[in-house]
Design a protein around this ligand. Structure first.
Ligand code: ADP
Ligand code: MG
Length: 855
């Protein structure tokens, strides 16, 4: 079939063969066409009609997009995770001999998108490159960039940490070596993966790429050392890929920053989701921590805040540094107001800076940069009195970029057109040659304008007009009634129904001057604009440096604003163990009800009482307290104030949050297996310095299984891990653990019985719940009265049965597991090294143990 392709299809095939993994949008006249498999896919993804086009003796499937609709369709394709190659006609069809030449002028992929329609202003759009050793214990390097902001970073990683890193960066595209094509990347199942030849990820080619791109002879200045081959390879591959897809923008990448880890808290995916840090769990419009805190006034501040929440600090000094800054802004209302007033006028400088580096830059972009920069001196003076180190450091680093502003002010006129081609972009006085051309043109225009009056007088024809049209240029028009008075030197050009149009040699001469000047003016303006753009582009690194300070100030001021509005306090963070929260609140739940309705709670975890078993009926508020502790811990390590009356917070290396299977909304189809796999990950990953929050773990199986698992897990954490832990459970039987394990304490969320009803008090009290109140909760849920009545009877019977020595298990009968110190199950448990179990082995073992415990 390829044999008798038409020339157009041959050209398409040739281009498609070089872009196999992309949808090729092939410009034909007023359409971008897709052919064959692209047509089928495109039609399906975009709801286009699939037609066909003659191709020799056969027909080629075809789907087309009208040129003006390109941006809309591109957005849809990229959101769906497709790569798109835009193939333009690169010569004028009128001049082409034979078939018009075409070439791919732009590749659009989720990770390299630049147009505003494809980007979310409050969130980074990361493209990652990963390379390394493919065996499970091997080392990895992960390089990342956000092309829309120009930052570039790289860090060592490994397969175990990779999912958490991916969760933190939330990439929209990952670049991988071709040889990894077949195996799945953990944590990347929803991300578009692009593969490139393995050699692109090699250290030597990476080094060459980086040296060329950044114009350096050695990479040492960036901090790369002899052992950093993987890091260099990943960074080089990333840069090379950008040069391939977005060559213009690749030019404004900032130099790579190496992050060697150890400064940020690792948050795994489940914790991030269960705590609803930046994404709601259930419905898409649910509230998140970010939603409550996001008082940032600039888009870059919004993006940075999101990143701070996803990577809390673990270094006390760094945390205290931020806290000092927030505190000063909380206390000094006028400083905060002034700062925020200026911040509010600053546009997305970070993304504007990148645009300057590309051909997309418009005169208005330069003005927007200038306007934003005009607020920098006021920002600086708002901070004049600032004493906090961090604030002072940012203040000193604020660079007003006067040189950039002077250049823009001198070069660009006040109200430039959107389009360069409309003229009037360059300010008068900037370029003598331009001024001269303009006055030439003006002079000519004036001469022509005077001509009308002059000729009226000379000829005595009062209605004589000088006009202009595209075809004939300038002309003199005389109506028929005056034809006899037309002077001899007028040359007739055009006859209308009741008038004639003339020219004179002199008029044509002046016309030449006007049009000639116009053409030269436009050419000169666009050259001058390009010069200015280049000069501004050379200042982009300073602009990017500035934006990083502006973003940080914006986040600090936002945290202060929230602290004031919501009455947060500064927690005392320390390197010790203890966690004390007095009158703590859930930062998100409290915003969903009138202020006084939320009941604050105290929580204390320390060496003596490090595991809290939290019981209470359904709906009592267990999950809320549990998450509230996690969120307060996290906020404290971000450097924020916290919703409490007082807090002392020992820095954690990690926070783990797990929600039992049947409570787990995250994965919908979640199973006990998933829950246990996650629990295994905690037991293996947590240390004494971790905070572990378990919500209804063990619920996804039968009661006895579940309780056995819950018990064994608690014992393990108590004996072996030593992490501060809160375990919320409606198995009030677990409260017995406190009798045997010294570090375990019981708390419950209080309810008051009011006749047959229960009232939720929402307050945490020492001691475990003695019953589950399941029937009462069922009543609150609206089960029919007959059902409730019957359930009460059954419950009384069951409880009575137990009291009479029935063999049926009862709430207040001790489980054999708890009482027998030398029970074979305990024996086996003691012998297990959990660190050496795979998740599957752990499950198998658990199943055996629980069977054994029941036998
Ligand atoms: P549980 O986990 O015990 O079943 P939740 O923590 O899910 O209960 O709480 C149920 C509901 O109770 C929450 O959605 C919230 O509306 C309310 N609630 C929880 N804690 C408080 C509190 N401290 N003050 C006021 N309302 C609360
Ligand atoms: Mg709950």
């Amino acid at each position: 079939m390829a044999a008798d392709d038409t020339p157009l299809m041959q050209q398409w095939r040739e281009i498609k063969s070089r872009h196999q993994d992309a949808l090729v949008l092939f410009r034909v006249g007023d359409f971008y066409e897709m052919f064959y498999e692209d047509a089928e896919e495109g039609a399906r993804l975009l709801d286009l009609t699939l037609t066909s086009r003659n191709n020799g003796s056969s027909r080629a499937p075809l789907a087309g997009i009208p040129v003006p609709a390109l941006e809309t369709y591109l957005q849809r394709l990229v959101k769906l995770g497709r790569r798109v190659a835009i193939c333009e006609q690169v010569e004028d069809p009128a001049q082409a001999k034979g078939i018009v030449r075409r070439a791919v002028t732009e590749m659009v992929t989720p990770g390299t998108a630049l147009s505003e329609g494809l980007l979310d202003a409050r969130r980074n759009n990361f493209l990652l490159a990963i390379t390394g050793e493919s065996d499970p214990s091997g080392e990895l390097a992960v390089a990342w960039t956000d092309l829309s902001t120009g930052e570039l970073g790289v860090q060592p990683s490994n397969w175990k940490e990779l999912p958490d890193l991916l969760g933190r960066l939330e990439p929209s595209e990952i670049l991988l070596p071709r040889s990894w094509e077949l195996f799945p990347i953990p944590g990347a199942d929803r991300v578009v993966c692009t593969h490139r030849s393995d050699w692109m990820f090699d250290a030597p080619s990476g080094e060459e790429e980086l040296r060329r791109r950044f114009g350096v002879v050695t990479l040492e200045g960036f901090g790369f050392g002899p052992g950093d081959g993987l890091l260099v390879g990943a960074t080089g591959a990333l840069v090379a890929y950008l040069a391939e897809t977005q060559p213009a923008a690749a030019g404004v990448l900032r130099p790579p920053r190496i992050e060697r880890g150890g400064t940020e808290m690792q948050l795994d995916e489940m914790t991030r989701r269960n705590l609803e840090l930046v994404e709601p769990l259930g419905s898409a419009d649910g509230q998140t921590l970010l939603g409550v805190l996001d008082e940032a006034l600039t888009p870059m501040g919004g993006r940075l805040l999101r990143r701070w929440l996803l990577s809390p600090l673990i270094d006390r000094e760094a945390i205290v540094g931020r806290q000092d800054a927030v505190e000063e802004l909380v206390d000094d209302t006028s400083m905060r107001r002034e700062l925020r007033k200026e911040l509010g006028s600053i546009k997305d400088l970070e993304r504007l800076a990148v645009r300057v580096g590309s051909a997309r830059c418009t005169p208005r972009d330069l003005l927007a940069i200038d306007a934003s920069l005009s607020h920098v001196p006021a920002l600086k003076s708002a901070l004049a009195q600032a004493r906090a180190d961090v604030l002072a450091r940012h203040r000193e680093a604020l660079d007003p970029l006067d040189d950039l502003r002077a250049l823009v002010a001198a070069a660009i006129s006040d109200d430039p057109p959107l389009n360069l081609a409309d003229g009037g972009v360059i300010r008068p006085g900037f370029d003598p040659q331009l001024d001269e051309l303009r006055s030439l043109r003006e002079g000519a225009v004036e001469w022509i304008a005077r001509l009308q009056a002059q000729e009226r007088e000379r000829t005595g024809i009062g209605s004589l007009k000088v006009g202009y049209n595209k075809v004939f240029g300038y002309y003199i028009e005389v109506t028929r009634t005056h034809l006899e008075r037309v002077p001899e030197e007028y040359q007739r050009r055009q006859t209308l129904t009741n008038a004639e149009r003339y020219i004179t040699p002199e008029l044509k001469e002046w016309e030449e001057k006007v049009l000639g000047a116009e053409e030269k003016i436009l050419a000169l303006e666009s050259k001058l604009f390009e010069d200015v753009r280049r000069q501004v582009a050379a200042l982009v690194p300073r602009l990017q440096e500035l934006t990083s300070h502006v973003a940080a100030l914006d986040v600090l001021a936002a945290l202060a604003e929230v602290a004031v509005r919501r009455e947060y306090v500064r927690p005392e963070v320390h390197d010790g163990y203890e966690l004390v929260i007095r009158a703590g609140r859930h930062p998100v739940v409290e915003t969903m009800m009138p202020r006084e309705d939320f009941i604050p709670n105290d929580v204390r975890l320390d060496g003596e009482a490090r595991i809290m078993i939290l019981t209470g009926p359904n709906m009592a508020g267990k999950s809320t307290v549990l998450r509230q502790v996690g969120l307060i811990q996290l906020l404290a390590q971000v450097g924020s104030f916290v919703p409490a009356r007082e807090a002392r917070i020992g820095i954690c290396d990690r926070i783990f949050t797990r929600v039992g299977a049947s409570d787990n909304l995250v994965r919908g189809q979640s199973t006990f297996m998933v829950e246990m796999t996650e629990t295994a990950a905690i037991l293996n990953g947590a240390s004494r310095r971790s905070l572990v929050l378990l919500d209804e773990i063990g619920r996804g199986t039968s009661t006895w299984d579940g309780m056995s698992v819950a018990t064994a897990v608690t014992e393990y954490i108590h004996e072996r891990v030593g992490a501060k832990t809160i375990f919320a459970t409606h198995y009030h039987e677990l409260t017995r653990l406190a009798e045997r394990l010294p570090g375990v304490v019981n708390y419950s969320v209080a309810v008051k019985e009011d006749g047959e009803n229960i009232v939720f008090l929402r307050s945490l009290v020492a001691g475990g719940a003695d019953r589950s109140y399941g029937v009462e909760v069922a009543r609150l849920a609206g089960l029919p009265v007959e059902v409730i009545g019957r359930a009460r009877t059954l419950l009384r019977e069951l409880e009575g049965g137990m009291a009479n020595g029935s063999t049926r298990p009862a709430a207040d009968v001790q489980l054999p597991l708890f009482e027998a110190q030398d029970h074979p199950v305990l024996e086996r448990l003691r012998g297990v090294d959990v660190n050496r179990l795979t998740p599957i082995e752990a499950i198998v073992l658990l199943a055996e143990l629980s069977a054994q415990a029941r036998s």
